[in-house]
Design a protein around this ligand. Structure first.
Ligand code: DX5
Ligand code: ZN
Length: 219
C-alpha cells in the first residue's frame, strides 16, 4: 500500500481547521504542505505560520515541500513550526552544497527529501539518494494545483526505482501533481511509495471517500 499525502494547496483556507480534521479522520498518511515564494515558481502560497497552525491540530506527519529559491535559510524555521519531512528542490540548490543542506535537515530532526522537476534528468539526483529518506519525482511543473499529469513520469519513476533497487537503497519515491484514481494503480506498480494529491481530493464531493479510493488503488 502506498502512502497518501493530501496537499491542502487547493483547499478552502477559510476552513483550514476543518480540512485538517477531515484529513485526521481519513485514511491519509501524511499532510503535504506546498510552500511557494513567487521566485522559484510563479506563484505564492503560504509559509511557516500555516505549518505551525496545521501542527497544532494533527498528529499526521507534515510533509513540507519547499518551492523556494533559498530553502537552506528556512530549515530551522520550518522544523520548529513542526515539519516532519523537509523537501528541497534539486534545481534550487544546484550551485549550493546540497549534501550539507540535506545533512542540516537531518540534524534538525526532520527527514530530508529532494524534489526534481519534470525537465531535469532523473540520473542527476542518483548520487544524492543515500542522503535522503525520499525523492519526489514531480509529475507536473511546480507552481499550481490542478495540472495535467505528465505521462513521462512513469519511465522516470521506473528508472529511479531500478537504481535504488540495484544499490539496495530503501529511499522512498514520491510523486506530486495530477495524481488521481486513474493513475494511482499504475504509479504504484512502477514503484511509487508516496502519492501527493490535491485537486482530486478537494474538488470531490466527498474528500474522505476520494482519499480512501486513492489508497485502495495502490498495492
Ligand atoms: C504543485 C504542488 C502540488 C499540487 C498537487 O506545485 O507541489 O502538491 O498542489 O495538486 P494536484 O493534485 O491538484 O496536482
Ligand atoms: Zn507539492
Amino acid at each position: 500500500m502506498a502512502l497518501i499525502a493530501p496537499s491542502i494547496l487547493n483547499s478552502d483556507f477559510l476552513k483550514l481547521g476543518e480540512t485538517i480534521q477531515m484529513i485526521n479522520e481519513s485514511e491519509a498518511d501524511w499532510i503535504h504542505l506546498d510552500v511557494m515564494d513567487g521566485s522559484f515558481v510563479p506563484n505564492i502560497s503560504f509559509g511557516i505560520p500555516i505549518v505551525e497552525a496545521a501542527k497544532k491540530t494533527t498528529k499526521k506527519p507534515l510533509d513540507v515541500h519547499l518551492m523556494i529559491v533559498h530553502p537552506e535559510k528556512y530549515i530551522e524555521g520550518f522544523r520548529k513550526a513542526g515539519a516532519d519531512i523537509i523537501n528541497v528542490h534539486f534545481e534550487a540548490c544546484k550551485d549550493k552544497n546540497l549534501i550539507a543542506i540535506l545533512n542540516e535537515i537531518r540534524a534538525s530532526g526532520a527527514k530530508p527529501a529532494i524534489a526534481i522537476n519534470p525537465d531535469t534528468r532523473i540520473n542527476k539526483i542518483f548520487d544524492l539518494a543515500e542522503y535522503v529518506d525520499m525523492i519526489l519525482v514531480m509529475s507536473v511543473f511546480p507552481g499550481f494545483g490542478g495540472q495535467k499529469f505528465i505521462e513521462a513520469t512513469y519511465d522516470r519513476v521506473q528508472e529511479l526505482k531500478q537504481f535504488l533497487t540495484h544499490n539496495k537503497l530503501d529511499t522512498l519515491i514520491q510523486v506530486d501533481g495530477g495524481v488521481s484514481a486513474d493513475n494511482a494503480a499504475k504509479l504504484s506498480n512502477c514503484g511509487v511509495d508516496v502519492m501527493v494529491a490535491g485537486s482530486v481530493i478537494f474538488n470531490a464531493e466527498n474528500p474522505l471517500k476520494s482519499i480512501a479510493e486513492l489508497k485502495s488503488k495502490t498495492q
